[in-house]
Design a protein. Structure first.
Length: 613
């Protein structure tokens, strides 16, 4: 689609003479007074279209208000020269795009006094003006016209039946070799290109206006809920955007292959008209499939069932609720999750976050604690990169105030962290109050293959099969507010750690002994935790043998030393972390983020990254 299609330019070029004649006739027959003064012997000299306002009418009709600046010349009696008079006029017009505006008529002509309010306004390219506040009303009106039974009780909207109600036809055909285009609708009879997987080549075939094609690969690459959404998405284009393509066809009659398509990787759209049409279809399709009030009614019913039978709190029920809603309404998990948030369940924001090959346990936070491009969850690799390149982040976590648990950086206090069968995890309180205890990270796209619906498409869609990569960085300078008792606990912990740290000498054996006594562990307990022979541990502590870097790291982790203490001890030994060594980068990460967990848990983490300790 061209970016410069313009109704105002089109009608100015095509109907200028009609506008000129209408204003000329009106001024001569009905408008002989200007500013209360009788004016005679004037002649319309020039006409300029200043503004065109378009309103939507039923079917393919449009209403157009044309604002014109008219220049008149009036000859003076018995005087040389003349005078120029400028007046503004408003012309109310109507036309039918189904008839190529051949029936375009000027209904009224009057002097322009003030701007009128236009119902159902359209842009100059005939794209409807739609605000976020109007989406629910438009979706409900859509259902009233084309699928009214969905407003009577909670039911799944059958997209094939909806298409039939709109007199559209759905067919399954391979649209591309890779299956990157899920669906496509055609607005006019034409020839187009399809792909034949049997012959491994493209071919041309005729299509009719109102044909919707769904690529069968969509069912394999996505899910039935996403396919249903694709069909409804195309139905929205048919109802709301046919006039845009009718105008484009009027402007360029040679461009017959006019269509809208849904793609896997939506590029950053340079065409403003397509961007707005895609936003409207993307926002309206799930609202049509999930009508606000009836979706909320069904959600409340399922939530009540879970609360009564599972005996869990709401947060731990929501993932099951979302999956059941998705299955009932025939939509994707993401669509059900977003709609649940729309109808007031903010707790759903922290569900189904897929990080580091697993789903993070659901969590909740105070409303407004996160901006739309922020998260509490971070992957291990992103955290490792931050540790190497972000000095503010490193400073924040270096002395053990925060610990890396369940893909969050959490304040290291008993209210927020617990030992669950030998593995550190968030307490139930922490999962319900993430804004109190977790660091915040900004989220950015690593590529520009996603359009502007960033919050819904990316931040909320951290699914296993999400079609994009995210770049996460520390939200510099952000400090979470904590209760007074937590502040007291942390201050005491940090003061104690700083006292120990400041007492460390340049003799690494003395340092090892000092931190061992501080943690209250015996050589035997350290040896059993690694495990190593107790005599070998003693020799390392007494400087009788040269300790391997791996042994030093194990000792530091068993003693749960804050990163700065571990770094000091290793720096004063005859070993060092070489950060251009990939294994050492992960050792650095483990010392910084896993010092509060068990050594076994740290080893399991490193093993996932092919690093042995």
């Amino acid at each position: 689609m061209k970016n410069n299609i313009s109704l105002s330019k089109y009608i100015t070029q095509r109907f200028y003479n009609k506008f000129f004649d209408a204003v000329s006739y009106y001024s001569s027959e009905f408008s002989n007074h200007y500013l209360g003064i009788l004016i005679e012997n004037r002649e319309l000299y020039n006409l300029e279209v200043k503004k065109v306002y378009v309103s939507n009418l039923p079917f393919m009709e449009i209403e157009v208000e044309v604002l014109l600046e008219a220049t008149f010349k009036r000859e003076k009696d018995n005087l040389e020269g003349g005078e120029v008079i400028i007046e503004w006029f408003s012309l109310k017009c109507e036309g039918d795009l189904a008839q190529n505006l051949d029936d375009f008529q000027i209904k009224t002509v009057e002097h322009y006094s003030q701007r009128k309010v236009h119902k159902e306004p359209l842009s100059d390219a005939l794209v409807p003006y739609v605000s976020k506040e109007q989406l629910e009303i438009i979706a409900e009106d859509f259902l009233k016209q084309y699928y009214p039974q969905a407003l009577e009780k909670p039911i799944a909207v059958n997209p094939f039946e909806l298409a039939t109600n709109l007199k559209l036809r759905i067919s399954m055909k391979n649209l591309t070799k890779e299956g990157l285009v899920f669906g496509k609708i055609y607005f006019y009879d034409t020839d187009t290109t399809f792909y034949s997987p049997e012959d491994a080549h493209t071919y041309r075939s005729s299509v009719k206006a109102g044909d919707i094609f769904i690529d069968p690969l969509s069912y394999y690459l996505r899910n039935s809920g996403s396919v249903n959404n694709t069909i409804v998405h195309e139905c929205v284009h048919w109802v709301m955007h046919r006039k845009v393509f009718a105008l484009e066809r009027l402007i360029d009659s040679d461009d017959l292959e006019l269509s809208c398509q849904v793609e896997e990787e939506t590029p950053k759209l340079r065409n403003e008209n397509i961007r707005w049409m895609e936003w409207q279809a993307s926002q309206l399709a799930p609202r049509i499939m999930l009508p606000h009030n009836l979706f909320k009614q069904k959600a409340e019913e399922i939530i009540e069932k879970y609360l009564n039978t599972e005996k869990k709190d709401l947060l731990d029920c929501l993932e099951g609720v979302i999956d059941e809603l998705a299955e009932f309404f025939g939509v994707s998990r993401l669509a059900a999750k977003i709609r649940l948030i729309n109808v007031g369940y903010d707790e759903a924001i922290g569900t189904f976050e897929f990080v580091d090959g697993k789903y993070v346990r659901p969590y909740h936070f105070k409303k407004g604690a996160l901006a739309s491009n922020q998260t509490f969850s971070i992957g291990e690799r992103d955290a490792g990169v931050l540790a190497l390149v972000d000095s503010e982040f490193t400073e924040k976590i270096a002395f053990g105030k925060y610990i890396f648990v369940e893909n969050h950086f959490v304040l290291q206090t008993p209210d927020y962290i617990e030992d669950y069968h030998g593995v550190m995890r968030l307490t139930n309180y922490a999962r319900h109050h993430m804004d109190e205890c977790c660091l915040i990270f900004d989220v950015q796209l690593k590529s520009h293959k996603i359009n502007e619906n960033f919050y819904e498409e990316c931040v909320l869609n951290r699914e296993a099969n999400a079609p994009f990569e995210l770049y996460v960085k520390f939200h510099n300078g952000y400090e979470n507010s904590t209760p007074e008792k937590q502040k007291v606990y942390l201050d005491k912990m940090l003061q104690e750690e700083m006292k120990v740290y400041n007492g460390l000498t340049n003799d690494y054996c003395e340092c090892l002994e000092k931190v061992r006594h501080w943690r209250g562990l015996t050589y035997k307990e350290i040896a059993e935790a690694i495990p190593m022979d107790e005599s070998s541990i003693r020799r390392i502590f007494h400087g009788k043998v040269v300790a391997k870097i791996e042994n030093l790291i194990c000792i530091c982790l068993v003693l749960h030393l804050p990163f700065e203490m571990s770094k000091h001890i290793i720096d004063k030994s005859n070993q060092s972390l070489v950060l251009n060594n990939p294994d050492h980068q992960w050792y650095h990460f483990a010392l910084m983020y896993y010092h509060g967990t068990s050594l076994e848990e740290t080893r399991q983490f490193l093993k996932k990254h092919d690093v042995l300790l």
